[in-house]
Design a protein around this ligand. Sequence first.
Ligand SMILES: [Ca+2]
Ligand SMILES: [Ca+2]
Length: 224
Amino acid sequence: MILIFGSLIFIIVFAGMIFAFVDREKNNGGLDYAEWIGCSTNDLTLPNEFQMSLCGGDSDCVPVPDGNDQREPPIFDFRPTNLSRPPFPFWFEDLETAIIQSRVFNQSYNGASYDCDDFAGDLEKNLTVRGYNSTFTYVFCGRTRFGHAYTDVHAPDGTILFIEAQIDPRRRGIYANLDFNRNGRVSARNNTHVNNSLAITEGECAVEIFENREAAIAAGVRMD
Ligand SMILES: [Ca+2]
Ligand SMILES: [Ca+2]
């Protein structure tokens, strides 16, 4: 009797585990999200922690806003590019060649004088000169007080790639997935900064896209 009862409990628990797994897969559209989106890490459950490691161990790569700006400027949705089936394969190859030739990733990280915003700003300039529609993205996460900067490149079909400028493209992981809440789009402010760490746009973070690093500073983003 005890044996039968124990077996029954085991079967119920095991079935629960299977249903939990199926449900999780269903929420992700039945796809391995990491492979689908071409992101910067194999484990997207901790995107912020992964990005912190890219700041040379300095989690305050760019300062997090702490003001009391109550404005609510419009939020735009950007579509990340599916890197497993890129619509412009030669365009992607050329882009990676351009990033390698820029050699920005070879700069030495220095938390006081050359950190993420400098990498991202310099790569943006370099790619713009090479003819790419390139922009600069500032990310801050209010709850964790994490800040980071990326270079973006806009693909010919209007989708956007967020690039970790501190990584050699010959290694995996230069494309960052900023779809923190996994709803298939990156919600961001465009050329506008809100100095309020609670003014989030994407998951628990705010994503702000600017023409370049200088435009971000002019809009009020603090860079160290
Ligand atoms: Ca999203
Ligand atoms: Ca800096």
